[in-house]
Design a protein around this ligand. Structure first.
Ligand code: AMP
Ligand code: MG
Length: 622
């Protein structure tokens, strides 16, 4: 088969009536969208691909392929999509597949093409046999592009049936054995049940662990369950370059140009031909022109000649080396270069050295940093596709909590978690919904959780999940969805609630952190942070570094301990670590004084002075 002669068209122009008038192609499926799946299955089978769509053209455009709306308005049936495709098709054949058929055969093009050729037909369509009945699939068809006029006349005359124009064509049917490959997804239920990446239940995720005890769960297992359970939010937007700082790239950024565009000089000096330099004698070269950065020169130095060049200046034809000006003497338009001053090829930057045209400059999932902004600017990129900000709602629970501005009644404390959580979420780049303090009252808690669930992608609560706490926090969380309560083998921060809750058709991931102010931060950094980043479409695991502990640290094997520490430069210039004073889980001051956290893993016992330990630095942590 000749792939080059076929274009592929994904038909996504329909109204999605049975799915509740949604844009079917853009529905989440298998970790991306239905249309993206069909596109990826078609792509290797054809020379080029395009999409037929009549709404959300920008979203389809983000796939990076042409988007063709119907030419025949007010119809939005597949035949109008086929017409739009045939009219724009630049190859002799067009292959169509609907956007809701993500399982289409990998040999669809090859077999339809063979069938069409064999029958010398104008159109080949797929058929399957189910229970002895022949089932045609006219939306999976290969058509000669020069039949566009025939189809347009049929549509203009009011024809709407998919096979209504067949009498004017020679049609071949090609039998496919695997009927399931042509399955299309029409309803929300089908979408849910057929989605290979459908959100699992916690019980399914947990069952993958070799042993599972919610009352003695190792940190690693809790992290794994959370990682496997959360799913990225599939929603992207296009933002101006500067606004992309700190955001997560939603697509690979492919360079359309070479950076730099030309071979150029890395120095202020003289461009010359390396071959003109004698190996063991000085060279004298006549300066014939000057090249400034950003300006090309038409000078072509001959033997014994050179060109004065500024850093960034385009290398003149024939030149392959630059001698820096400080290494030469110049008089009367002649430069003298001592033997061995440079080697041929020195101080020349090659075109595309930074980035080659067609290569990925930045990968999807990267969090954009200042250097990335610069890199994108060097490519001339003005707008960047990014994931939409993750919406995270949070509140503190506890009757003893007072908000700033309220009198501190006896036995009460100010709500500090609200502020640490605010800080940590803001640094992550989340859109926050700050819900303040919620009383230890079943109705108030249920209302708050429902409101959070209906407005956010994730919810973070603090307090109320420990053993002593009033039970109804847990009861209500459990009642609203798939939530589990753990006692984790760690200190501080043993209790943790995790899962997903639902309210009025919305759902959100829930992290019920403990109430103690230090435990809140530890649980956030070691459980919630990575999960939230994953939901944002970014992969940014915590980076631990090694440092020498100045003193011994007491530690029991069998649980993970997080101690607050100060990392500084030791006398030998290498990093060394000191534990901050009191390590009580409520003592926020120790957290504030620390610049890092020491991670003492499950299997580890006491640490001797001078031993290396794992450290999480706070600075640089988003
Ligand atoms: P709980 O997990 O609700 O039993 O809370 C454990 C401890 O953390 C109690 O001493 C609470 O007073 C304290 N605590 C809970 N939430 C907060 C908060 N938002 N700010 C400061 N302390 C808190
Ligand atoms: Mg409480």
């Amino acid at each position: 088969m000749n792939t080059a002669s076929i274009s592929g068209l994904v038909l996504a122009g329909g109204r999605g009536t049975r799915m509740g008038h949604v844009d079917k192609g853009l529905q989440a499926f298998g970790g991306s969208t239905m249309a993206a799946h069909v596109l990826e299955r078609l792509r290797p089978q054809v020379a080029k691909v395009a999409i037929n769509a009549n709404q959300n053209l920008d979203a389809y455009g983000a796939f990076g392929v042409p988007v063709w709306p119907d030419d025949t308005p007010g119809f939005a049936g597949p035949l109008a999509g086929l017409e739009a495709g045939l009219r724009r098709c630049e190859t002799p054949f067009l292959l169509t597949a609907p956007c809701d058929s993500p399982f289409l055969p990998a040999d669809l093009a090859a077999r339809l093409y063979a069938g069409l050729q064999e029958a010398d037909a104008d159109l080949a369509l797929a058929v399957t046999e189910e229970n002895g009945l022949r089932q045609p699939h006219p939306v999976f068809c290969l058509v000669k592009a020069d039949k566009a006029e025939v189809l347009s006349r049929y549509l203009a005359a009011g024809g709407r049936r998919m096979d209504g124009w067949y009498p004017q064509l020679k049609v071949a049917e090609v039998l496919f054995e695997d009927a399931a490959a042509f399955r299309n997804i029409n309803t929300r239920d089908e979408l849910q049940s057929l989605d290979p990446a459908r959100p699992a239940r916690l019980a399914d995720v947990v069952s993958c662990l070799s042993s599972y005890d919610p009352d003695a769960l190792p940190v690693r297992d809790a992290q794994k369950i959370i990682r496997d359970f959360v799913a990225p939010v599939r929603s992207t937007e296009q933002v101006a370059l500067r606004a992309a700082l700190g955001r997560v790239l939603a697509a690979d950024i492919v360079s359309t140009i070479n950076v730099p565009a030309h071979d150029n000089s890395a120095m202020d000096g003289f461009a010359l031909r390396g071959a003109d330099l004698p190996a063991d004698a000085p060279a004298r070269l006549r300066v014939i022109d000057t090249v400034y950065a950003g300006r090309a020169s038409s000078a072509v130095p001959g033997p014994g000649e050179c060109v004065r060049i500024m850093t960034g200046g385009v290398m003149p034809a024939g030149c392959d080396s630059v001698v820096p000006q400080e290494f030469v003497t110049e008089a009367d338009g002649i430069v003298s270069i001592a033997a061995g001053t440079i080697r041929p090829g020195d101080n020349r930057r090659f075109a595309g050295e930074d980035l080659k045209a067609g290569s990925a400059a930045l990968r999807k999932g990267k969090i954009v940093r200042p250097a990335d902004l610069g890199l994108l600017a060097s490519l001339g990129v003005a707008e960047v596709p990014v994931q939409r900000r993750l919406r995270v709602a949070f509140f503190s629970t506890g009757d003893e909590l007072r908000s700033i501005g309220q009198p501190l009644d006896e036995g009460c404390v100010y709500d500090s978690n609200r502020y640490t959580i605010y800080g940590m979420l803001t640094r992550l780049g989340c859109e926050i919904i700050d819900m303040g303090v919620v009383r230890d009252d079943p109705q108030a808690l249920e209302n708050a959780l429902r409101e959070a669930c209906e407005n956010a992608d994730a919810i973070i609560t603090s307090g109320g999940v420990s053993v002593g706490a009033a039970d109804y926090t847990k009861q209500i969380m459990a009642r609203l969805g798939d939530v589990t309560f753990w006692k984790i083998g760690m200190r501080p921060g043993r209790p943790l609630a995790f899962g997903r809750i639902q309210s009025n058709g919305s759902s959100a991931f829930l992290f019920g952190l403990p109430g103690n102010p230090v435990a809140v931060m530890v649980s956030f950094y070691f459980f919630a942070r990575e999960a939230l980043l994953r939901m944002m479409g970014a992969e940014a695991p915590l980076e631990l570094v090694k440092a020498r502990s100045v003193a011994g640290i007491r530690k029991k094997p069998g649980r993970t301990e997080y101690q607050r520490g100060v990392l500084s430069r030791g006398e030998d210039g290498l990093p060394e670590l000191r534990i901050t004073g009191s390590q009580g889980s409520g003592i926020l001051r120790s957290m504030s004084e620390a610049n890092c956290m020491v991670v003492l893993h499950d299997e580890q016992g006491s640490v001797q002075a001078g031993e290396m330990v794992d450290v999480l630095l706070f600075e640089g942590l988003i």
